[in-house]
Design a protein around this ligand. Structure first.
Ligand code: HEM
Length: 513
């Protein structure tokens, strides 16, 4: 470790700390190191430097306030190979990136998001309807929901089933892509660049990248072109991509950029909200006391005769606390998406070299036992006791719940869309269902494992079993009725459905009637 760098774990020759980095769930190790070396420490990644921020003040002072110099991403060879620098999430801070980001912000404003609320609302009704019909498939119902919302909002085309071709293809290629991105899945190309030149026949990762690139392009540009054709036929329905097409010149975008911008938003929009909602179900099952308190509040404010609406939330402090606690309990991206520095910086008497990778350790921030009582447990009540959920006597004013959405110039632009999805579904779930532990062979409840997560840049629970049952027959009837009423919204987004999708849609609506 060069002199002047913040402290960190001892290094070895050439590798630095590389050999100590776990290939899975690095946030545990990063948080353990934060307990030893503090909220601002460094790691040596071979000759490169990484800075890990587990101190909220440091996140604000560095990533927010010095946003202009902290807005880069580390070089990621895979991102270059698969998206040629046009993946908004992974892109370096280039001119192309700035155009993509500006367009993303323009279409994801709170006002634009509000215009698409009716889609999120209708899809959230299908989600509870799906849970009513086939609760055992809740895991894929949530995946379908998130993907269909984002497809409708972006391209004006929904997916009524998990097996609908766009959704099925998306999750298949996304699995390949996230597997490739996992630490340890490919040789350390960014630390030892000569590895990039290994011929394809000996480098499976190269063949995998080719496959991912090809399938992603077919999907992204297929959807883009179909939307354009619909607009030309005068059959637009107000989607983001239509807006992009009409504002293409003003936003300075070419076809490649438009294809990748919207394609990458499918990725980010589907995986993140899916992970959040799957965690919510896991937490409701594992922590029945929290579920009971949320249901009591729901019954008091909304009752049995109607479904909740977003306006009810202001009268539901417990549900609002549950929203925050779910983010805290399992931040969807526990180490954020790493930033990188564009210039050298000085902070607290230490040097942060140009080109350093910066991690916002959301896991470590939100699981710090000095701040939170029992940080490993799901306890929404903590947010009723203090605004940032900290334990008595701890000043939590340096925190902000939306650290889980990152910080600075790269902060998540989908935050408004995500928040609406979260609010709508948490209220519907709590109103409609009991979420219970599965039954074992002898008929007694079996615990779920709240630690059983799929590793990766974003984390989500492994598929698990649980029992989801409507709380009353009356509520089940209301869901059936609302589902039928949502048909009017759904049909505006149902184009070129496959015969199987048509059959599904017709059957569901007929059975409901
Ligand atoms: C629970 C839901 C979500 C969480 C927790 C989440 C979290 C994050 C985080 C931590 C980042 C990195 C920020 C940084 O670098 O500091 C990010 C970036 C991003 N998110 Fe989200 N996100 C969510 C939902 C969404 C949705 C619904 C969309 C799209 C509609 C979206 C689109 C993006 C994009 C495009 C970026 C890249 C921004 C950039 O690099 O400039 N996210 N998100």
């Amino acid at each position: 470790r060069e002199p002047g760098l913040p402290p960190g774990p001892p290094t070895t020759f050439i590798l630095g700390n590389l050999h100590q980095l776990p290939t899975k769930f690095a946030h545990y190790k990063f948080s353990e190191w934060a307990r030893i070396y503090g909220g601002f420490y460094s790691l040596k990644m071979s000759s490169g430097t990484a800075i890990v921020l587990t101190d909220p003040t440091a996140v604000k002072e560095l990533i927010d306030k010095r946003g202009a110099t902290m807005a880069d991403r580390p070089a990621l060879h895979l991102g270059e190979v698969v998206a040629r620098g046009l993946n908004l999430v992974l892109a370096r801070y280039t001119e192309d990136y700035k155009i993509l980001r500006c367009a993303a912000q323009a279409i994801l404003t709170p006002q634009a998001t509000a215009r698409h609320l009716h889609i999120q609302h209708a899809e959230s009704i299908q989600l509870v309807h799906d849970l009513l019909r086939t609760p055992e498939s809740f895991y894929t119902h949530i995946q379908r929901y998130s993907n269909s919302v984002i497809l409708s909002v972006l391209y004006g085309k929904r997916s009524p089933r998990f097996e609908t071709p766009e959704t099925a293809t998306f999750y298949k290629v996304e699995h390949e892509w996230t597997t490739l991105l996992e630490a340890g899945a490919t040789p350390p190309l960014d630390y030892f660049p000569f590895l990039k030149y290994v011929p394809e026949r000996w480098a499976k990762w190269k063949r995998d990248c080719k496959y991912v690139r090809q399938v992603q392009r077919e999907m992204y540009f297929g959807l883009l072109d179909k939307t354009r054709e619909r607009v030309q036929r005068g059959e637009g329905n107000g989607s983001y991509v239509e807006e992009l097409i009409t504002r293409q010149k003003e936003l300075g975008m070419d076809r490649e950029m438009m294809g990748y911008l919207s394609g990458v938003i499918i990725e980010t929009g589907s995986e993140t909200t899916t992970a959040y909602l799957q965690t919510l179900v896991l937490a409701l099952v594992a922590y029945p006391e929290a579920q009971r308190k949320a249901q009591e509040e729901m019954d008091r404010v909304v009752g049995d005769d109607r479904m909740p609406t977003l306006d009810d939330l202001e009268n539901m402090p417990y549900i609002r606390a549950m929203i925050l606690e779910t983010h805290r309990f399992r931040p969807v991206t526990p180490l954020g998406i790493p930033h990188a520095t564009l210039t050298a910086e000085e902070y607290r008497g230490y040097v942060i070299p140009k080109g350093s990778t910066i991690f916002i350790n959301a896991w470590g921030i939100f699981h710090d036992p000095d701040r939170y009582d029992d940080p490993e447990d799901f306890i929404p009540d903590r947010y009723l006791l203090s605004p940032n959920g900290t334990k008595p006597g701890v000043d939590g004013s340096d925190l902000r719940p939306n650290f889980v959405f990152g910080a600075g110039r790269r902060i998540c632009p989908g935050i408004h869309l995500a928040e609406n999805t979260i609010k709508l579904n948490i209220m519907n779930f709590v109103w409609a269902f009991d979420f219970k532990k599965p039954l074992g062979p002898d008929g007694s409840p079996v615990d779920v494992d709240p630690m059983a997560y799929i590793p990766g840049l974003t984390i989500k629970p492994f598929p698990f079993k649980c029992r989801i049952t409507p709380r009353t027959d009356g509520k089940a009837e209301i869901i059936e009725r609302e589902f039928l009423e949502a048909t009017e919204t759904f049909t505006k987004f149902e184009f070129e459905l496959t015969p199987e999708d048509q059959e599904f849609v017709a059957k569901e609506r007929a059975t409901t009637m």
